[in-house]
Design a protein around this ligand. Structure first.
Ligand code: OGA
Ligand code: MN
Length: 298
């Protein structure tokens, strides 16, 4: 093994060095990366010079790539489609987006605490975000450890949450932010889906909360009560002791485990500076209720 693992925090984020992700990776190095990933949940690979194809080739090693973008590409054209989510502030022509553009209104939702694709029936295992150009001020990404947050709950609350199922829907998170203009195609493709509130990470047996701004209701609870429970869990998970803030450098790849972390982008002057990043998203093996053996709420 030749890679180095440098913890950034004790149990949550680590930097991986002495590996070139643009080249095929030796089996023992890849095994070590996976081990580190299950331990930390957020891995940073600094100083990587990657083409989109190389970014995709490394990502594909973790599972099937999500190929469908959330927004209808006809209503919101972007520079990238298919396997890549364009996490930039650039329009389809590569110019800084307009103040009232649909893309900008929709992407403002990334500033709410969330986990990628929990609003899909088969959610995401992990995301791999690559930076080309960063903003000189702001534009950091924050991560919250939902495993540590689960561990810190009282035994009574752990017991209460086990087996509970929340409704995740992209419309819930976008409504929190004032974006309501989903068209018919998007609404049809993105129905509300069930996800458990507590899940187990199979690779290490750790339990994790699984909440996000996409969650809006809890099955079997009055709407307001469920929403209040979700909001209180998000507030719990996003306390300072569970958060790591990443200050980006250009040409850096970060991968995070969507099953047990939340993240959010922080503000920057997006009408002034270019911030250019792309994300590849890997699907989980099944819906979280199926994985936990919890009956799927109607
Ligand atoms: C994402 C995301 C936040 C950011 O890429 O999934 O939420 O800081 N990004 O750009
Ligand atoms: Mn995201």
């Amino acid at each position: 093994m030749t890679i180095t693992i440098f913890p950034v925090t004790q149990n949550f984020a680590a930097e991986i060095g002495d590996v070139d992700l643009s080249k095929p990776i030796a089996d023992d190095d890849f095994a070590a990366i996976k081990q580190a990933f299950w331990k930390y949940a957020v891995l940073v690979f600094p100083g990587q010079d990657l083409t989109p194809e190389q970014h995709l080739a490394f990502s594909e090693k973790f599972g099937p790539v999500e190929n469908e973008r959330t927004l209808d590409p006809k209503a919101t054209p972007t520079r990238y489609s298919g396997a890549f989510a364009d996490i930039s502030n650039l329009d389809a022509q590569g110019k800084i987006w307009g103040e009232t553009s649909r893309q900008r209104m929709y992407k403002a939702g990334n500033k709410l605490w969330h986990t990628d694709s929990s609003f899909k029936f088969r959610p995401s295992l992990c995301s791999l975000l690559y930076s080309r150009t960063i903003a000189p001020i702001g534009g950091h990404t924050q991560f919250a450890d939902q495993r540590a947050a689960y561990d810190a709950l009282s035994d009574d609350l752990k017991k209460k949450l086990h087996g509970m199922v929340a409704e995740h829907w992209i419309v819930h998170s976008r409504m929190r932010n004032g974006f309501t203009e989903f068209n018919e195609d998007e609404k049809r493709r993105l129905p509300a889906v069930p996800q458990v509130l507590v899940r187990t990470i199979p690779e290490n047996g750790r339990k994790s909360l699984y909440v996000a701004s996409h969650a809006g209701r809890v099955f079997g609870m009055p709407d307001e009560e469920g929403r209040a429970l979700i909001d209180s869990m998000i507030a719990h998970v996003t306390q300072p002791q569970f958060i790591h803030t990443h200050r980006w450098r250009p040409n850096e790849l970060i991968m995070w485990d969507n099953r047990c972390t939340m993240h959010r982008g922080t503000d920057y002057d997006d009408l002034r500076w270019v911030r250019d990043m792309q994300r590849v998203t890997i699907s989980d093996v099944a819906n979280s209720c199926e994985q936990e053996g919890v009956a799927i709420a109607a």
